[in-house]
Design a protein around this ligand. Sequence first.
Ligand SMILES: Cc1cc2nc3c(=O)[nH]c(=O)nc-3n(C[C@H](O)[C@H](O)[C@H](O)COP(=O)(O)OP(=O)(O)OC[C@H]3O[C@@H](n4cnc5c(N)ncnc54)[C@H](O)[C@@H]3O)c2cc1C
Ligand code: FES
Length: 327
Amino acid sequence: MARDHGFHPVRIIRIVDETPDTRTFALDVRFPYRAGQFLTFKVSGTLRSYSMSSSPDTDSEVCVTVKRVPGGLVSGWMHDRLRPGDTLQATRPSGSFCLRADAADRPLVAYAGGSGITPVFSLVKSTLATTSRTVRLLTAHQSASSAIFREALDALAARHPGRLDVRHHLDDRDGLVTADEIRALADAQADFYVCGPEPFMALVENTLVAHGVAPEQILVERFTPAPPEEAPAAPAAGTVTVELRGDRRTVPQRSGETLLQSARRAGFTPPFSCESGDCATCMARLTNGEAKMRVNNALEPDEVTEGWVLTCQAEPTTPDVTVVYDD
Ligand SMILES: Cc1cc2nc3c(=O)[nH]c(=O)nc-3n(C[C@H](O)[C@H](O)[C@H](O)COP(=O)(O)OP(=O)(O)OC[C@H]3O[C@@H](n4cnc5c(N)ncnc54)[C@H](O)[C@@H]3O)c2cc1C
Ligand code: FES
């Protein structure tokens, strides 16, 4: 039997306007969670993940903070429709954008762009409350009116003199973030956390690595899937058979393609959210053949032994595989 990767009712206790296009939803959630983790919500069959902006170490309420994406299906619905007292369906918390157990007194350096401040705010609060580590944070927003948690971060810095250095970058005042600003915070001993729009994340990661930071010191959280690095998947011998809601279809295998991508190529709209191996919403069972997951931060070893895979991460390793999604 698979673990509890299912959905549970969560009630909205209150809603706070952070900026004109960003709202915090305080939830009546009893699950334990770690700073930096996220919940995945199901809204009319559509799955979207939202990170906790609250800290389990400092906040009594569990909160997610949602920025409205223009034309966005779920973020728009949450802004326009949700009211205190309403109930949503959500998974248990998941995700690995968390404080490292072996961090000791290493400084924490974080770069957050736009709504990427959400998990970073949680990490910063937990770090200040539970460790003696110093924190340096660069937040980037388009303008002062869109700077989420600006006052809260300044208040936090005032309460922790000498431990929290916050730099607010505003595009309309400062231009786009530069490599110099990123390097100014870098510290060879630090753990680095990066979350924001894809071009911002690429600039931060490339700048840090060019500056001599080891890639394993950099933790990233992607709100949208990373762009593909390699050439499009090439045809390979064998087949992928996908079963979803009683429908069964077979497509030729392509090397470098995940089972989720094969399922989409077969014309299905399979469930998924994070596409980074963290949330388990894409899980399905292999009933024939084998596959190897690139990343697995969501399934337990016994679930893997039973044949469950994260289809967003699993690539076939045998010529023919069959994968069945649970209803
Ligand atoms: C692990 C994880 C944690 C996340 N945490 C948060 C969070 O704390 N707060 C938050 O606001 N969002 C967060 N997101 C992003 C969120 O899940 C949705 O992707 C986002 O709200 C857009 O969904 P939508 O249904 O409103 O828009 P859609 O209907 O999916 O998209 C509408 C349009 O916007 C584009 N688009 C989709 N997503 C984004 C995006 N993130 N930024 C810019 N353009 C986009 C699409 O390409 C499309 O053109 C997180 C995502 C992940 C994977
Ligand atoms: S979509 Fe989140 S683990 Fe696959």
